[in-house]
Design a protein around this ligand. Structure first.
Ligand code: GLV
Ligand code: MN
Ligand code: MN
Length: 418
């Protein structure tokens, strides 16, 4: 039996998500990259909602917005919830914000009931998870764990703005990012609520599920270098067409990956230079994203694909350059926290179902700091990274109920053990 406040909170959450979805860089569809003007607007709204939930609010230097529901004991350690506010291009509206606004509404209820916790409850809205703007991943969460590399500051976006400039413009101090890192000894754990982004829970007819592990991923940028030339005069046999080489590679990626069970690989971006209709493409840079739950298998496929790219280039008299843009191993969730989530799901009246995540999450980066757990919420037809992404208010109610129970279980645990 779901408490009345939860049903109301679920409706508030859906309406807040609709509001955030209007804050976009593009008029037709949701695109919100890190440090963009709509991100600033989202932070303003979220700050007000966090204050209403009794939280202290601040922004760290990389640009994460953080709210703290403080324990009365200033020496207490913190339990963290979080997810991201940036999106892919033409995104769905739940990927990320669900994991910020869900816990926030549970905290709002704790505040209005005057509940005191034996730990600080921190909610982190990460500035950049998708990597849309600087073509990497987990910039926000890596800053929290102390794994943000100084060289990231030199990354440039498509307009030539460096990450350091974007951070400064947003109000942060790039030189002080390292000072914001959390110490493992001060943190009890991290939990992320997220839309499933796949079809499993829907097929099982379950509103929520507990994540077992998150797939490892490798992102590589490959450049096929050829020779630009006149589209009307250079005979076909004399061409060194970079796009033809890249196209052959894209199909090879599909063919190789289909032979490897559970492997997924995607070429999502191609940039052709000079990119005009009457010039033979002189250079193509493309993105390769490879994911699997087994690190060795992922690495073998990456190696094979790079060899294949080299072979294509040799045959076509092209030059290959490549660089690994991002890499993380498969990340298991922490058993003790996952069991607490499992208990919370059972107590909410649902059969706990465990499932792996093929998508990447801030939890991957946070696992370098502390134990992690993830709660998935059923999504319609498994559609995500697409405007049709959808969850129901009923499933959101269940997720809020589970998070509320999970916080209660954690609090009981630390009240009796510390
Ligand atoms: C993030 O959504 C990812 O899995 O790439
Ligand atoms: Mn996400
Ligand atoms: Mn995403």
């Amino acid at each position: 039996m779901i408490a009345t406040w939860i049903d109301q909170a679920a409706h508030v959450l859906m309406s807040r998500i609709d509001t955030l979805a209007t804050l976009s860089e593009e008029p037709d569809g949701l695109t919100r990259s890190a440090y963009s003007p709509p991100m600033r607007h989202v932070h303003d709204l979220l700050t007000a909602w966090m204050h209403y939930a009794g939280m202290h609010v601040w922004r760290d230097n990389v640009g994460n917005l953080i709210g703290r529901y403080p324990s009365r004991n200033p020496q207490a350690r913190a339990f963290l919830f979080g997810s991201h506010l940036d999106t892919v291009r033409n995104a769905g509206k739940y990927d990320g914000p669900l994991g910020v606004l869900g816990p926030l509404l549970c905290i709002e209820q704790l505040h209005h009931q005057g509940v005191e916790l034996p730990f600080h409850l921190d909610l982190i809205a990460f500035i950049d998870e998708e990597g849309l703007r600087f073509h990497t991943a987990y910039l926000g969460s890596q800053a929290v764990t102390g794994h943000f590399k100084r060289e990231y500051l030199n990354l440039v976006d498509d307009d030539g703005i460096t990450l350091a400039e974007a951070i400064r413009e947003f109000g942060g101090d790039p030189a002080a990012i390292a000072l914001d890192r959390r110490e493992p000894a001060d943190v009890l754990g991290y939990c992320e609520v997220h839309i499933e982004q796949g079809p499993v829970l829907e097929a099982k007819n379950l509103p929520v599920g507990v994540v077992t592990s998150i797939a490892g991923q490798t992102r590589i940028a490959l450049t096929f270098g050829g020779m630009a030339g006149h589209a009307g005069t250079v005979p076909m046999q004399m061409r060194r067409d970079a796009l033809c080489g890249a196209a052959e590679f894209v199909l090879a990626v599909e063919a190789y990956t289909r032979q490897s069970p559970d492997m997924v690989a995607t070429v999502g971006k191609l940039q052709t230079e000079p990119g005009v209709s009457n010039v033979i493409p002189g250079s193509v840079t493309l993105s390769l994203d490879v994911r699997h739950h087994d690190n060795d298998q992922r690495q073998v496929v990456c190696q094979l694909l790079l060899e294949r790219a080299q072979h294509i280039c040799t045959t076509r008299r092209l030059k290959l350059d490549w660089t690994v843009v991002h890499q993380n191993p498969a990340t298991p969730c922490t058993l003790a926290l996952s069991h607490l989530l499992e208990r919370a799901v059972s107590e909410a009246g649902y059969r706990p179902h465990f499932l792996p995540s093929g998508a990447g999450h801030d939890a991957v980066a946070m696992a370098q700091l502390t134990g992690i757990a993830m709660l998935f919420v059923r999504c319609k037809d498994g559609i995500s990274h697409h405007p049709d992404e959808s969850v129901t208010v009923e499933d959101v109610s269940v997720a809020l109920d589970v998070v509320d129970r999970f916080i209660g279980l954690l609090a009981n645990h630390y009240r009796t053990h510390e």
